[in-house]
Design a protein around this ligand. Structure first.
Ligand code: SF4
Length: 509
């Protein structure tokens, strides 16, 4: 007989409302508050509420039907375990604490730079050239990276990678990444949506493979001009929850702070594609930043500030330090989270200065990297991840489930294992949003759930992200488990939000 610890919250029975929980013939009451709190409060700090049971070691109970995906631990508390023998749920629940594997004490890197003054930089309001900042230091770092990684093949080794970013269809054709015959049809695409492919990403593209999953994510496609009726310019409803410029306050205890609107690369499925890209927005002015942070300072319930955008690591170290310094003065903000694609798409941006600037906030710092395919974890990317971890910053990943990129269980499994191997905890697997011109990336909820169910059968808890849907219109993220979904007669779906409201979601393919 073996002792099996099943993570009911993550992958087992739906725990919802005042129900009995049926597990392999046993039944338990309780746990509703934890489960509901988790489902309604998707945050990086929520622990997983589990039951332990005794069962034959060769027979796992059928606990993979659904999971309240949000109740994942990110700050020390890995699981709240309920001892199997306990009669009273409420009295006997125990909290088990352990340090996340990826958390490391501050090392010399962070300390080395923490005492330094700001580096030479440009004005806060300027975007072009921010990624070329710290050039001398980048070169020193790049020397290490390019020795480990593939040659990008664009220009001389001394050429700055930011300058070597391919920023137009013409650049992509000239680099041999696109067929010249397709250029004409793509002019309208590049006029509407940003195009940028860094040398690091270009080096990962297999030019001989017409279905290359890296190319599909970054090279423009004429189908981007086909907008479907269900698609929206603001698919997750940021605008409806924006109390101040650059700020989104959707959940009570956390805010998004959008500092800029540019990225080192432009993903063809970006959910903010109507507002992200050169010329689509500006860096948050000092005045707007002050207003946004005043809003945060006035609300003690705000526990976490999430820097997003655009890519926060495209900002200069000085700008990041200025933001971190202002956050440091808000004691109730405990967590600073950064959403970025830079570690894989532009690892040169992960500099000691930027990391030290973030750590100077004095908050618990989490870096959530956007990674969609295992090949993105190249040697330079892994080196960048190592720098982040060595600076004492926890590393998590979010992945978008994308048709033609990672919509195969073997591909997803390989990615999740590669992430865990690099001590990056898979956090979210996002169902793609209803962004304009992204229909060719979307798969149905049904298919996504089937893929996820198989993934859950294959992976351990630390390798399994939460599969979530951001309900269109700003109703928040929900785990894609049965308790949040009802199928309509016409094949579409009704998704239940955190407040119990129901929303239509199309059937898809
Ligand atoms: S990195 Fe993020 S914000 Fe930037 S284009 Fe890609 S998905 Fe959009």
């Amino acid at each position: 007989m073996g002792r099996i610890f099943e993570k009911i919250g993550r992958s087992g029975c739906a725990i919802e409302g005042p129900r009995r929980i049926e597990i392999g013939g046993g039944a338990y009451r309780g746990g509703n508050r934890v489960a509901e709190g988790a489902g309604f409060e998707p945050a990086i700090r929520f622990p997983v509420y589990t039951l332990s049971r005794r069962a034959p070691s060769t027979t796992r109970p059928p606990l993979r039907k659904s999971r309240p995906a949000q109740i994942r631990p990110r700050i020390g508390a890995h699981y709240i375990h309920k001892p199997p023998e306990c009669k009273s749920f409420r009295k006997s629940s125990t909290l088990k604490l352990s340090a996340p594997a990826q958390s490391r004490p501050e090392n010399s890197d962070a300390r080395r730079f923490s005492g330094r003054g700001p580096i030479a930089t440009r004005g806060f309001g300027r975007i072009s050239g921010q990624m070329t900042e710290d050039r001398a230091r980048y070169r020193a770092e790049r020397g290490e990276e390019t020795n480990q990684g593939p040659s990008h093949g664009f220009g001389s080794p001394a050429r700055n990678e930011a300058e070597a970013t391919l920023k137009s269809v013409a650049d992509l054709v000239a680099a041999g990444l696109m067929d010249p015959a397709s250029a004409e049809a793509l002019r309208a695409v590049e006029a509407r949506y940003g195009v940028a492919v860094t040398p690091e990403i270009a080096a990962l593209i297999d030019r001989a493979d017409p279905a290359d999953p890296i190319a599909r994510q970054f090279l423009p496609d004429p189908r981007e001009l086909e907008t479907r009726p269900e698609e929206r310019s603001d698919p997750i409803g940021d605008d409806a929850f924006s109390p101040a410029e650059g700020l989104v306050h959707r959940y009570p205890d956390r805010v998004l702070l959008k500092l800029l609107s540019v990225c080192p690369v432009y993903c063809r499925f970006c959910f903010r594609r109507e507002t992200v890209g050169l010329g689509k927005g500006a860096t948050l002015s000092d005045e707007a930043l002050a207003r946004a942070l005043a809003y945060v300072a006035e609300r003690p319930q705000i526990f976490e500030v999430i820097l997003t955008g655009g890519d926060p690591l495209a900002l200069s170290a000085r700008r990041l330090a200025a933001v971190a310094e202002k956050l440091a003065a808000i004691p109730h903000v405990a967590v600073l989270r950064i959403h970025t694609r830079a570690p894989t798409a532009a690892p040169r941006l992960v500099t000691a200065e930027r990391l030290a600037a973030l750590k100077a906030s004095g908050k618990a710092v989490y870096m959530v990297m956007h990674v969609d395919h295992a090949r993105e974890l190249s040697a330079p990317a892994r080196a960048a991840v190592g720098r982040i971890q060595s600076a004492g910053i926890s590393t998590l990943a979010q992945t978008v489930l994308l048709a033609g990129v990672n919509d195969a269980v073997d591909t997803l499994e390989e990615l999740m294992r590669a992430l865990v191997r690099a001590q990056i905890e898979p956090y979210y697997l996002h169902h793609p949003d209803l962004a304009p011109g992204t229909g060719h990336f979307r798969l149905s909820l049904e298919r996504g759930r089937a893929l996820y169910a198989e993934l859950a059968r294959r992976l351990s808890g630390i390798a399994l992200p939460s599969y979530v849907l951001d309900i269109p219109g700003g109703f928040g993220k929900v785990p894609l488990q049965q308790s949040h979904l009802e199928q309509d007669e016409d094949g579409g779906w009704r998704v239940r939000d955190r407040a119990g409201g129901r929303h239509r979601y199309p059937a898809g393919d």
